[in-house]
Design a protein around this ligand. Structure first.
Ligand code: DAK
Length: 257
């Protein structure tokens, strides 16, 4: 699997490492990036030399969310037609374990992406959040479902309705992530764990992953329900105002419609 302009793929059997590589926009998750990542994970699933993957971000963030530029002017109909959820679902269908090694901003779709992966290791500087409400929308890639499952209804409600960010330490205390480590050892921690898992019997690892997801992950139906609500917001004035305000670097003026 080759690297593309927006991701870098390095195979170091028995593991693979994938870097999100749009540092100039804090690794904003464009459709092209998600498609490249899904292609890479599917290639890794077919590669007998690889048993686990580490995903990390280049630059000062893991990912600040889906690419707002690519959504700002979309209509509800266009969003529904784009079928982005199907694209994102490909990421979470990876059969081999995926370990996210996150630092800096882990926001919106960035947070949603890693919640759908298998293990999350964060550096002390990582900041999580679902800030979509601040730009006139709501989480649309599993945030309302997976965050609620992980940390409970009341905490998820406060975070999603305010858009406030929370620290790696807080994420750990709430049970959202596996551990918090100093930035200098983030990558080596993730890599060591990936190698350990990659050395375990491959088929048993994949079956165990599948079984745990059945017990603790969101169903396609739940994600579809959330996505439909998310798309309806693209017919509101507040979505246009919120996203335009972000891109124009000004405060939004919401009207409640
Ligand atoms: N999209 C596009 N560009 C972004 C971006 C984003 N999400 N986040 C940052 N950037 C760009 C900025 O515009 C800026 O670009 P230039 O002005 O330099 O051209 C550059 O990255 C650096 O950002 P800042 O200058 O803003 O850096 P600061 O340190 O001042 O602030 C920040 C960092 C992370 C606090 C801030 O950038 C920020 O608030 N970013 C937006 C965070 C956000 O709102 N994220 C949620 C986006 S909505 C779905 C799938 C996915 C989703 C929904 C549905 N389906 C499958 C249905 C997900 C939706 C979202 O994630």
């Amino acid at each position: 699997m080759k690297s593309s302009a927006v991701i870098e793929v390095i195979k170091k059997p028995p593991i693979a490492v994938i870097y999100l590589n749009r540092p100039e926009v804090l690794n904003a998750l464009s459709d092209e990036l998600i498609r490249s990542l899904a292609d890479a994970l599917e290639d890794i699933d077919r590669d007998d030399a690889i048993g686990a993957t580490v995903i990390a971000g280049k630059g000062r963030a893991f990912a600040a969310g889906a690419d707002i530029k690519g959504m700002v002017e979309a209509t509800e109909e266009e969003m529904a037609k784009s079928d982005r959820l199907a694209l994102w679902m490909r990421l979470w269908k990876a059969k081999k374990p995926v370990i996210a090694a996150v630092h800096g901003f882990v926001l919106g779709g960035g947070c949603e992406m890693v919640m759908g992966f298998d293990i999350i290791i964060a550096s002390e500087d990582a900041e999580f959040g679902q800030p979509e409400i601040l730009i006139g929308v709501m989480p649309g890639a599993g945030g309302t479902q997976r965050l609620t499952r992980a940390i409970g209804k009341h905490r998820a409600m406060e975070l999603v309705l305010t858009g406030r960010r929370f620290s790696a330490r807080q994420a750990y205390e709430w049970g959202l992530i596996n551990r918090v480590v100093p930035r200098e050892i983030l990558f080596s921690e993730a890599q060591t764990l990936a190698v350990e898992i990659a050395k375990r019997p491959r088929v048993a690892v994949m079956r165990a992953k599948e079984a745990i997801k059945k017990a603790g992950d969101s169903s396609t139906e739940e994600l579809t329900f959330e996505r439909q609500l998310f798309y309806t917001l693209f017919s509101t004035e507040d979505q246009k105002e919120g996203m335009r305000a972000f891109l124009e670097k000004r405060e939004p003026r919401f009207k409640g419609k």
